[in-house]
Design a binder for this molecule. Structure first.
Ligand code: RB5
Length: 150
């Protein structure tokens, strides 16, 4: 599995923590920044992560900003992206089992590094349940198709 990860200035510390975790877990990853402490615009980092997951360059994406909200809104504009904003371990598991989320968003101003690590471990390790949940995820894809053709 290959992960692509990015943050804005509000998510740098958690991003570094998660990069360390991916190293420990020996998970392949691409870290696309941001590299600075100055203010950047989160859509500029959400977009390349979402595109890489959408086009198959990466299997999953992880995005961190101050709240995780801006990153998740931006990522969900890209075709095929199901980005889940997660700040607890129950939701980390549920969004993989039920939503087949392919991008995870978190907020560094909301949770600490320990919880972020637990969320990522669970999110990476939990398979999609399929079945009735696939029917629902397919309905999301149908909404996307309907609105992109208009
Ligand atoms: C940046 O100040 C902040 O707006 C951003 O990190 C994020 O929280 C947006 O949703």
């Amino acid at each position: 599995m290959k992960i692509v990860i990015a943050s804005d200035h509000g998510g740098i510390n958690i991003r570094k923590e998660i990069v360390s975790l991916l190293e420990e877990m020996k998970v392949e990853y691409e870290d696309i920044g941001c590299s600075c402490d100055t203010s950047v615009d989160y859509p500029d980092y959400a977009l390349p992560v979402a595109e890489k997951v959408s086009n198959g360059d990466a299997d999953r994406g992880i995005l961190i900003c101050g709240t995780g909200i801006g990153m998740s809104i931006a990522a969900n504009k890209v075709e095929g992206i199901r980005c889940a904003l997660v700040h607890d371990t129950f939701s980390a598991r549920a969004t993989r089992e039920h939503n087949d989320s392919n991008v995870l968003a978190m907020g560094e101003r909301v949770i600490g590094p320990g919880l972020a690590r637990d969320i990522v471990k669970i999110w990476l390790g939990t398979p999609f349940e399929g079945g009735r949940h696939k029917v629902r995820v397919d309905k999301i894809s149908n909404i996307e198709k309907e609105y992109s053709s208009n």
